[in-house]
Design a protein around this ligand. Structure first.
Ligand SMILES: Cc1cc2nc3c(=O)[nH]c(=O)nc-3n(C[C@H](O)[C@H](O)[C@H](O)COP(=O)(O)OP(=O)(O)OC[C@H]3O[C@@H](n4cnc5c(N)ncnc54)[C@H](O)[C@@H]3O)c2cc1C
Length: 329
């Protein structure tokens, strides 16, 4: 086993997932301690141009599995392709984003490689023996779990989005290693017909570093326009409370919370959301929380870093205008 840290750099339709690139930053920190290199696994079809982008992220080698059956995510083919890469690269540690794909793929790969797995990690380090040691939130962020790995097995971890910054510092000299991939009859047991997108070219809440969410108080789908306007000037994504989704103001793909999505952006702006415990379960891990609510007693203010007691219909458009001015310089 080498001392290398391999990152599975998830891409969809020729675009890297920001969280997958952020995992490279985590890998660099770890490789600095293991004394190994950071290598990357690039899987898909026609992914050559993406390897050039990975050069800029500062990886030492890129293992490329490029084949027609890998055009769309399929748990069976991707598991085999990544297992092939791991067998060839022989890393000590494998990292990937704690995305939907990462959640599906990581346990399959861990089983196949007979390795250890910790998911949704927010801190990654090495113990005294140079073995991976991670911290991961449990019980909706109310407690942390420290996971020690077995030194003799491959150590696999998924990294929570927005925990690490985007990587930089590549010299464009990464070694490129082709990894052969052959189809098997059983591959067609699973077919990806369509990867559901959040819609309208909008960012998904789990992938954005800024999320602007609206609650029941928005009163209609049309009124959500002011939430979208603010999200757009901030280059963020739009989220919603369950009450807003149940009322049909937003699709459930945008729901944040216990029965929705868990988000960990740098900035979460809650507009007219009371902050029920089930909503908090999905967003309390955000780095900074701004709450706008007419009720000074709303529970959201207990976890907010900045609170604005005001009517969102007045404040949100004002914020949008101010951000525009700042952005315009
Ligand atoms: C099993 C279970 C799972 C659940 N899962 C989720 C989940 O995943 N996500 C989730 O969000 N909820 C979830 N809920 C529902 C949750 O309990 C709350 O009912 C919901 O979050 C409330 O949504 P809200 O804050 O938009 O609405 P409300 O609770 O109605 O709050 C609206 C808020 O807007 C404020 N307001 C009103 N007008 C304005 C204005 N003009 N300007 C500014 N503020 C204004 C009010 O003061 C109030 O605080 C779940 C509940 C259960 C039982």
């Amino acid at each position: 086993m080498t001392k290398d840290v391999l990152v599975f750099v998830e891409q969809r339709d020729g675009l890297f997932l920001p969280a997958a690139l952020q995992a490279i930053t985590a890998a660099k920190e770890l490789a600095g301690k293991t004394g190994g290199r950071v290598t990357a696994a690039l899987i898909g079809q026609g992914v050559g141009p993406l390897a050039d982008e990975l050069d800029k992220a500062g990886v030492a080698a890129i293992y490329i599995a490029d084949a027609e059956p890998l055009a769309k995510y399929n748990a069976l083919t991707y598991t085999r392709a990544l297992a092939e890469v791991i067998a060839k690269a022989d890393p000590q540690i494998v990292l990937m984003a704690a995305s939907f794909m990462g959640r599906d793929l990581s346990p399959r790969v861990a089983m196949r490689m007979n390795g250890g797995l910790a998911t949704d990690c927010t801190e990654l380090d090495l113990d005294g023996q140079g073995v991976l040691l991670v911290k991961r939130p449990i019980f909706n962020g109310k407690a942390f779990n420290k996971v020690h790995f077995n030194a003799n097995k491959i150590q696999i971890a998924t990294v929570r989005p927005n925990t690490f910054a985007a990587p930089s510092g590549g010299e464009g000299a990464a070694e490129r290693i082709e990894v052969a991939f052959a189809s098997e009859d059983g591959d067609t047991r699973q077919v990806t017909k369509e990867i559901a997108k959040t819609g309208g070219g909008e960012k998904d809440v789990t992938e954005a570093s800024i999320v602007v969410s609206g609650g029941r108080s928005l009163k209609s789908e049309e009124n959500f326009k002011i939430v979208y306007d603010l999200a757009h000037v901030l280059d963020g994504a739009v989220g919603a409370s369950r009450a807003a989704c149940d009322a049909g103001y937003q699709p459930h793909s945008r729901q944040v919370g216990l029965t929705g999505k868990t988000v960990t952006p740098q900035l979460y702006i809650a507009c007219g959301i009371s902050g029920a415990i089930q909503h908090q379960a999905g967003m309390r891990g955000s780095r900074r929380i701004v709450a706008i609510n007419t009720d000074p007693e709303a529970p959201i203010f207990k976890i907010a870093d900045y609170g604005i007691v005001a009517d969102l219909f007045k404040i949100v458009p004002l914020l949008t205008e101010e951000v525009k001015k700042v952005r315009a310089g």
